[in-house]
Design a protein around this ligand. Structure first.
Ligand SMILES: CC(C)(COP(=O)(O)OP(=O)(O)OC[C@H]1O[C@@H](n2cnc3c(N)ncnc32)[C@H](O)[C@@H]1OP(=O)(O)O)[C@@H](O)C(=O)NCCC(=O)NCCS
Length: 163
């Protein structure tokens, strides 16, 4: 076990890919376990990573332990900003959609997830977003407890039934 240092949150760079890929694998496996009818573990590819980093409507952040020689990311977040579609029944608003948040399982409960989310909220706010939205999947008690603690409340319930 390497010594733990200061954790920094910064925009992701192309060379963070291998570390982020490992974190995404952890997240994909969790989702496949929780909702196998929807998710399966897959190999994420570098072209998608490059596209994300080049997308001006998206934010990709990593948390990096500066005391760790490898500087492999210990947390990753991605977010996109969306405007409400032109629909007369909808209140026009810009929102930050949190797409991915994952902290290395060995590094949880030390404030990393909260710091990533706070930095993402600042970024979205600076781009005119009035609110953040995100999806958690049933059974993800860790995520539910985390978001509830940070003030997030349930907005809708998605129902499903077998045909
Ligand atoms: C959800 C997740 C990102 C939280 O990251 P984290 O770095 O552990 O979160 P923090 O340390 O910033 O937690 C902040 C607060 O949230 C609450 N919290 C976080 N995890 C919790 C848990 N497992 N049980 C209860 N409360 C929890 C606590 O109040 C915590 O503060 P405390 O540790 O001082 O009590 C992390 O658990 C994770 O990566 N989970 C797997 C992937 C996932 O589910 N991602 C979200 C779905 S999109």
């Amino acid at each position: 076990v390497s010594p733990r240092g200061q954790v920094a949150v910064r925009p992701a760079r192309p060379e963070d890919w291998l570390g982020v890929q490992a974190l995404l694998r952890e997240l994909d496996e969790l989702h496949a376990e929780l909702v196998p009818a929807y998710f399966r573990p897959a190999t994420r590819t570098e072209p998608d990573w490059r596209r994300l980093l080049g997308d001006s409507t998206a934010l990709a952040l990593v948390a990096v332990d500066e005391g760790e020689g490898s500087r492999a990311p210990v947390g990753f977040l991605s977010l996109r900003v969306y405007d409400t579609p032109a629909d007369p029944t909808m209140v026009p608003r810009r929102r930050g959609h949190l797409e991915t948040l994952i902290v290395d399982a060995r590094r949880r409960r030390s404030g990393i997830g909260g710091r990533l989310l706070a930095a993402a909220a600042d970024w979205a706010r600076a781009r005119g977003a009035a609110e953040m939205v995100l999806t958690t999947w049933v059974g993800n008690a860790e995520a539910d407890a985390f978001y509830e603690r940070l003030g997030y409340r349930v907005l809708s319930h998605v129902l499903h039934a077998k045909l």
